[in-house]
Design a protein around this ligand. Structure first.
Ligand SMILES: NC(=O)c1ccc[n+]([C@@H]2O[C@H](COP(=O)([O-])OP(=O)(O)OC[C@H]3O[C@@H](n4cnc5c(N)ncnc54)[C@H](O)[C@@H]3O)[C@@H](O)[C@H]2O)c1
Ligand SMILES: [Zn+2]
Length: 382
């Protein structure tokens, strides 16, 4: 038996570390830098320091800032269309998961002889045309560590993950200064997404000793810091969230998310529920459903995160983890009903049909889900 984990070659964590981009440009002897971001981040000034550091190096810089939140296939095609004549020897993405995922696809498709639809049907053809540096500004998808890029497919009203080793970034800068101005609701939703990555990877059929290390390490950081990061936004808690999100991404490359993410994708694709929110809505309910199959794993996670409960029975420890997930979603004021997003009772059957099709992730779940199980879970959150 063997286990594998993929990692960016260089990761820098801290306060004010973004200026190290200058060294990255030097190391790569980059003369033409392509920056991927979104309009909001530019308007808020989140990208200003990066732009001035790049300008100082003398490298030329092209910025694509029309990247959309929760990008669809046409959104990515549009961003690619605006830079189709660009040549770059370093790509830097600064933003949340939406920007980083789009940038990963750009790094493969710019100048390629095929498009995103071909990439979706055969991700094994992906090759990066230049090195990538990812700078996350949410806390977060962990996309800066993963081999995934998620896009929604409007005609199928669903989201799909494209998985390729070519998507692993070469370098990551985790600078807490980038998330100090993050709105509270985004700290909450992206933080719970990161927690879901850790808990799902730990309780996944694909969990390994390598992924367990990052999944439990990330869970520890997020369980203990998310509420403080949300209420006080202090630098220490925010930095722990940024690191926890990165660990969650690292765990994904060795393991994989499970039924929370599987059932979440139709909600993003069809009703445009933000990714972190749809996961938060489903998270505790799916874990409660899973408890009889992965109670021991949830108990082991409790031992790692809350050692003071070690003496309790396994079932109690699993319940404690599930209760903490519900508490966190409640304490961070994430919407808990799909009604808030216009989902109606009569939509249930369509949701079940879309949910069943999420085989890639449902196959990772320790407990098999029948269409009736999926219906029951969705019914609880409408
Ligand atoms: N590739 C992966 O491994 C992976 C994992 C999980 C999720 N995802 C995908 O990532 C996307 C979601 O990413 P996200 O949750 O990070 O949100 P996001 O990137 O969609 O950003 C949400 C909003 O927050 C704003 N924002 C970002 N950083 C900010 C900052 N510092 N200050 C103020 N506003 C800021 C953005 O402009 C945007 O409007 C989804 O498409 C999801 O499917 C990818
Ligand atoms: Zn996620």
């Amino acid at each position: 038996m063997s286990f594998q984990l993929q990692m960016p070659a260089r990761v820098t964590l801290g306060e004010g570390v973004l200026v190290q981009v200058e060294e990255t440009i030097g190391r790569n002897r980059a003369k033409r830098v392509l920056v991927c971001t979104d309009e909001t981040l530019r308007k808020l000034g989140v990208t200003s320091l990066l732009e001035s550091v790049i300008a100082k190096t003398g490298a030329s810089m092209e910025i694509v800032d029309n990247i959309k939140a929760e990008p669809s296939v046409p959104d990515v095609e549009k961003s690619l269309g605006t830079i189709k004549n660009t040549a770059a020897d370093l790509l830097i993405a600064i933003g949340g998961g939406s920007v980083m995922d789009t940038a990963k696809i750009i790094a493969v498709l710019l100048g390629a002889s095929y498009g995103i639809k071909e990439l979706l049907s055969d991700p094994s053809r992906a090759r990066k045309f230049c090195p990538t540096l990812m700078i996350p500004t949410t806390c977060g998808t962990g996309s800066e560590a993963t081999c995934n890029a998620i896009v929604s497919i409007p005609e199928e009203q669903v989201k799909k993950g494209i998985v390729s080793a070519a998507f692993i970034p070469d370098e990551v800068i985790l600078d807490v200064d980038n998330i100090k101005g993050l709105p509270k609701s985004i700290i909450a939703a992206t933080g719970v997404d990161a927690l879901a990555h850790c808990v799902e990877c730990y309780t996944s059929k694909k969990a390994t000793p390598l992924s367990d290390l990052y999944a439990s390490g990330g869970a520890k950081l997020i369980f203990h810091h998310i509420e403080k990061a949300y209420t006080e936004r202090d630098g220490g808690s925010l930095q722990n969230m940024l690191l926890g999100a990165f660990y969650g991404g690292a765990a994904i490359t060795g393991s994989g998310t499970t039924a929370v993410h599987a059932l979440s994708y139709p909600l993003g694709g069809r009703y445009h529920v933000p990714h972190g929110v749809s996961n938060a809505i489903l998270f505790a309910r799916v874990m409660a459903f899973n408890k009889d199959a992965c109670g021991e794993r949830l108990a082991a996670l409790c031992d790692a995160v809350y050692p003071k409960h070690n003496a309790r029975a396994a079932g109690e420890k699993a319940d404690f983890i599930i209760r903490r997930i519900s508490e966190i979603v409640k304490n961070t004021n994430i919407p808990v009903s799909l009604k808030d997003f216009g989902v109606k009772e009569e939509d249930l059957e369509d949701m079940v049909q879309s949910g069943i099709r999420q085989k890639r992730l449902l196959d990772n779940n320790m407990k098999e889900l029948s269409p009736d199980d999926i219906r029951d879970i969705y019914r609880q959150v409408i």
